[in-house]
Design a protein around this ligand. Structure first.
Ligand code: PRP
Ligand code: URA
Length: 207
């Protein structure tokens, strides 16, 4: 399943902030936070709940709390910009890290770091990466998460290319994808068009 934050004024506003080449680093970070929170709320819509008896100041009711464990996995580097925003929504989640970097010529990502909590007894793993371009980084990460026992993975990405979405759906049809925008296409260097350029560079001030 692919879910896009369509026709939402806040999402459209902050996406334009991210895309605008004049946006400075602090506004870029702020827009990343807002869009991540909107996406994590969407991606959490179907989480399993368990009934819990609670007492309001006035009476006892049957409340509902999120069941079991959750894990966020940001793909380094750019996914780090989404992590704190995601933890603001679900502060009890554990965090795993996976470091991947695309080769500039081939766009094939290589893994340079990985550290994961136990994934076998987790209700859901949210994979965080703002850019889904060819889908290579996401699909490599999902293979690793599944090898480590993850049974329910959702991909949370701010901008996605149709090529990457198709690639991910072919390889991992069980993974739901949440994105703020499905953009037009990849360019010859496998950058997303219209996109927003290199997310990691804009988030961290490198180039
Ligand atoms: C970018 C981006 C994704 C990846 C997407 O990372 O943050 O991880 O490219 O491309 P793909 O779908 O074609 O794999 P990059 O390799 O530039 O590393 P960085 O986050 O450290 O800047
Ligand atoms: N990674 C980015 O940061 N931007 C793109 O457009 C593609 C991959």
């Amino acid at each position: 399943m692919i879910a896009e934050l369509k026709n939402h004024s806040i999402a459209l506003h902050y996406l334009s902030v991210l895309r605008d080449e004049r946006t400075d680093i602090s506004d870029f970070r702020k827009a990343t936070i807002v869009l991540t929170q909107a996406l994590v709320l969407e991606a959490s819509r179907q989480l399993e709940l368990s009934a819990e008896s609670i007492k309001t100041p006035l009476e006892k009711i049957e409340g509902q709390k999120i069941k079991g464990k959750l894990v966020f996995v940001p793909i380094l580097r750019a996914g780090l910009g989404m992590l704190d925003a995601a933890l603001d929504i679900l502060p009890n989640a554990a965090v795993g890290y996976i470091g991947l970097e695309r080769d500039e010529q081939t766009a094939i990502a290589h893994c340079y770091y990985s550290k994961m909590p136990n994934l076998s007894d987790v209700q859901k793993v949210f994979l965080l990466d703002p850019m889904l371009a060819t889908g290579g980084s996401a699909s490599q990460s999902i293979v690793k998460l599944k090898e480590l026992g993850a049974k329910n993975v959702s991909m949370v990405s701010i901008v996605a290319a149709p090529e990457g979405l198709q690639h991910l759906q072919e390889l991992h049809p069980d993974v739901d994808i949440f994105t703020a925008s499905i953009d037009r296409e990849l360019d010859v260097n496998r950058y997303i068009l219209p996109g927003l350029g290199d997310f990691g560079d804009r988030l961290f001030g490198t180039n």
